[in-house]
Design a protein around this ligand. Structure first.
Ligand code: NAP
Length: 304
């Protein structure tokens, strides 16, 4: 926990309306040692009773205004263009948000010597021989992955104090905005809808609340560099879906196994992916929540 000092730790959460952003708000807003400011693209915050301002990170001057005004100790950037398939077509806007936007954040973090914590992805890898450690060589195979790798590189060369948190397939008790994967599967199967799920994509799905805990540890231990934060088990998307179906007592017969090739998606996907979390385990004491325990939290929190 962040605690101890007379002065509160000032944290700016960027992208606070996103899946991860919402859970970061829930996590840090209850810590009385933290002064929080949340920003995201929308006019209003999805979550009430917090300090919120609207910010488009591609607008350099506005990033400057907010960072210099709030003067945070830590900036957590959870904002990104995250639509993997659309990114293939929408290259300009993807680059503007994921690279130029991050350059803006890094520049003003550096200006006030704030520590920047940025979220990245296993999609910077090609998925030929995962799971990947922090030291493995990136080789993205789609435009989203290329833009996220470029965002990492722009931070690394900016001179800012930074921590990059790489993760994959985020899921959790997210109340607002788009559905996470678990809620989507539960709602689909419960309404009797058939879903086609790939059996050839492997990774370790990550309980979002584990990322919040890990970021708190990174702040507590003042860790810089790259850290993989991900789930406890590598499994195929199909097996993850069966685990959801089993836990929530849903009809598995509605799940049709397919291969990635069948989907004809615009963006190629890394197939054998996932992230090794040994560094976080040894340096932060990170312990990923079991899949069953994470489903229990989701069920309780969302009433699923
Ligand atoms: N979801 C995953 O499975 C996954 C896996 C690995 C890594 N990640 C990374 O984790 C981070 C958080 O992902 P997430 O799933 O929470 O994403 P998300 O739900 O799509 O949230 C991203 C947030 O950023 C906001 N945003 C987009 N463009 C912006 C801009 N120009 N200025 C300010 N805010 C902007 C979005 O607003 P709008 O919705 O209005 O655009 C949204 O609220 C991202 O960096 C992502 O790359 C995600």
């Amino acid at each position: 926990m962040i605690n101890g000092s007379m002065l509160k730790t000032r944290i700016l959460i960027i992208g606070s309306n996103g899946m991860l952003g919402q859970r970061l708000i829930n996590f840090f807003s209850v810590n009385s040692n933290v002064e929080l400011l949340c920003v995201s693209k929308e006019e209003k915050s999805f979550i009430d009773n917090i300090e919120y301002r609207s910010l488009d990170i591609t607008q350099k001057q506005k990033v400057m205004d907010i960072v210099l005004d709030f003067f945070p100790d830590y900036i957590i950037n959870a904002a990104a263009y995250t639509s993997v398939d659309k990114a293939e077509e929408e290259r300009e806007i993807t680059w503007k948000i994921n690279v130029n936007g991050v350059e803006n954040i890094a520049l003003y973090s550096w200006t006030i010597d704030a520590h920047l914590i940025h979220i990245s992805t296993d999609y910077i890898f090609d998925g030929k021989n995962g799971p990947y450690s922090e030291d493995d060589k990136p080789s993205p195979i789609n435009y989203y992955g290329r833009s996220k790798l470029a965002s990492e590189n722009s931070i690394r060369t900016s001179g800012v104090r930074f921590t990059i948190v790489r993760s994959n397939v985020l899921y959790g008790p997210v109340k607002f905005g788009r559905n996470d994967y678990v809620k989507w599967v539960v709602e689909s199967l419960r309404s009797g809808k058939e879903i086609r799920i790939v059996k050839d994509q492997f990774n370790n799905p990550t309980f979002i609340d584990d990322i919040c805990l890990a970021i708190n540890k990174l702040i507590e231990f003042k860790k810089e560099g790259i850290f993989n934060i991900a789930g406890p088990e590598i499994l195929s998307r199909l097996d993850f879906t069966y685990r959801i179906a089993d836990y929530f007592s849903l009809d598995k017969k509605l799940v049709t196994p397919i291969v990635t090739e069948d989907l004809k998606q615009p963006a190629p996907r890394p197939l054998k992916s996932g992230l090794i979390t040994l560094k976080a385990e040894t340096q932060l004491g990170f312990r990923a929540t079991s899949i069953t325990d994470s489903f229990a939290v989701i069920r309780k929190y969302l009433g699923l």
